[in-house]
Design a protein around this ligand. Structure first.
Ligand code: GUN
Ligand code: ZN
Length: 441
């Protein structure tokens, strides 16, 4: 039996071209009373609501009224095991890791705890409008199983990997080169490509890996080049100095990855703030992606990532929360933070650019732009529906708007989970305010 078609009605905002290349009004189509026809979990048709209703009279209809339908947000760097320690006060990176992060990650040796947090985290993502994420796990294989199982239950396209560390981490959170390789490989073989799961090879960062471990993970990646690789790079200046001490023979921080086969397409480098010109050139030339984590970069006091410069240089840039170094689960809040950092680095990012970074930009960084972060026909019907008047403060500003961009910008700057009316995952409707799936299939 074929599943029935599903028509999703609302304002449709389709940013179909890169707004860093094309004028904002040329990169998007706004259909005030629009419709998306979903067939078998994918976007089959987009058009005027009236036309699609007439053409598909038997389709089930979900009408979001004035709600604005966009691709679901894509968070290209997060740590789901840090869900319960988000907003922990008063530390910079290395102290923050030792004081808050490592003790919390230790708890994931308990599979029940890992399951509890994985499910809590994905529900938080959905209520904040995020339908896909690339997340670090912990060193424990059960932490990887937990997030992929929770994602599978919800039909979400989640990228995740076992976080490998064989030095400068406490007892109980360290592996070695061989066990990192073996356990990552076993998880990769179980999960990568199963349903919507993507396995990411995940060395935490050079300070917590020996050269032997980086070499082993480089070898694993060479065997599975279609997997992504996620890590951290040049987040804080004292971290960069520490890496120089730990790897005296390497010419710079990036070289600690590059020399071990960890710089190539599919590489996702979180933060990437304190880069030399040579590192910038090599990141671009090798087709790696830089992941901008604005709320984290301000919260932990790391520095200002210059998005406009990176894009102008030809870098691939994703946008991410970096939960729980980042101070929010919300990609709206993350866009607001990226906007403010843009102001400090000399460029007012346009709402179209912010929305593009939070959807297609992240999806491109993850090499999944053909499937997620887009309303292109044939891509997954992973959608977020925004109420552009979700609070009195936003509503009164939005009432003055003369363009869709003016209407959406107050929600980007001041919105939170109250602005997220619903998400669809593979077409299936999740009522974010009730926290439940709206119908069973
Ligand atoms: N660098 C290495 N590990 C981490 C982490 O968990 N969070 C952040 N923000 N930076 C890191
Ligand atoms: Zn991180």
């Amino acid at each position: 039996m074929t599943a029935i078609d599903h028509l999703i009605l609302g304002q449709v905002l389709d940013i179909h071209a890169n707004p860093f290349d094309v004028e904002p009004d040329g990169c998007a189509r706004h259909i005030r009373r629009g419709a998306i026809l979903v067939r078998d979990g994918a976007i089959h048709e987009i058009g005027e609501a009236e036309d699609l209703r007439a053409a598909h009279p038997d389709a089930r209809v979900t009408d979001h009224g004035e709600g604005v339908i966009l691709p679901g947000f894509v968070d290209s760097h997060a740590h789901y095991p840090q869900t319960a320690i988000i907003a922990s006060w008063g530390k910079r990176l290395i102290d923050w890791l030792n004081s808050y992060t490592f003790p919390e990650e230790m708890r994931f040796r308990d599979a029940d705890y890992a399951n509890e947090i994985a499910n809590r985290y994905l529900n938080l993502l959905l209520t904040h409008g995020t339908t896909s994420v690339a997340s670090f796990c912990t060193i424990h294989p059960a932490s990887v199983t937990a997030i992929f199982a929770a994602a599978e239950q919800r039909g979400m396209a989640v990228t995740a990997g076992r976080t490998c560390m064989d030095r400068n981490a406490p007892d109980g959170l360290r592996d070695d080169a061989q066990s990192a390789y073996d356990e990552s490989k076993a998880l990769l073989e179980t999960w990568h490509g199963r349903g919507r799961a993507t396995y990411a090879i995940t060395p935490r960062f050079s300070p917590t890996s020996t050269p032997e471990q980086l070499e082993a993970l480089g070898a694993l990646w060479a065997e599975h080049p279609d997997c992504p690789m996620q890590t951290h790079l040049s987040e804080q200046t004292d971290e960069v100095e520490w890496v120089a001490e730990l790897y005296p023979s390497k010419k710079d921080y990036l070289d600690t990855y590059e020399a071990h086969g960890l710089l190539k397409p599919g590489g996702m480098f979180g933060h990437a703030i304190w880069l030399t010109d040579s590192e910038r050139d090599r990141l671009r030339d090798h087709g790696a992606a830089l992941i901008h984590c604005p709320t984290s970069n301000t919260f932990i006091g790391s520095g200002l990532f210059d998005t406009a410069r990176a894009v102008a240089e030809g870098q691939t840039v994703g946008l991410a929360t970096d939960t729980g170094g980042g101070s929010s689960f919300s990609m709206l809040h993350t866009m607001a933070s990226a906007y403010e950092i843009g102001q400090l680095t000399g460029t007012a990012l346009h709402p179209a650019q912010l929305l593009w970074l939070a959807t297609t930009g992240s999806a491109r960084a993850m090499r999944q732009a053909d499937r997620i972060g887009t309303l292109a026909l044939g891509s997954a019907a992973d959608l977020v529906v925004l109420d552009l008047a979700s609070t009195p403060a936003i509503a009164q500003r939005q009432a003055r708007a003369e363009t869709i961009w003016e209407a959406v910008f107050p929600t980007i700057m001041m919105g939170d989970d109250r602005a997220v009316v619903a998400v669809h995952v593979g077409g299936r409707l999740f009522d974010t305010h009730k926290g439940e799936w709206a119908f069973p299939d």
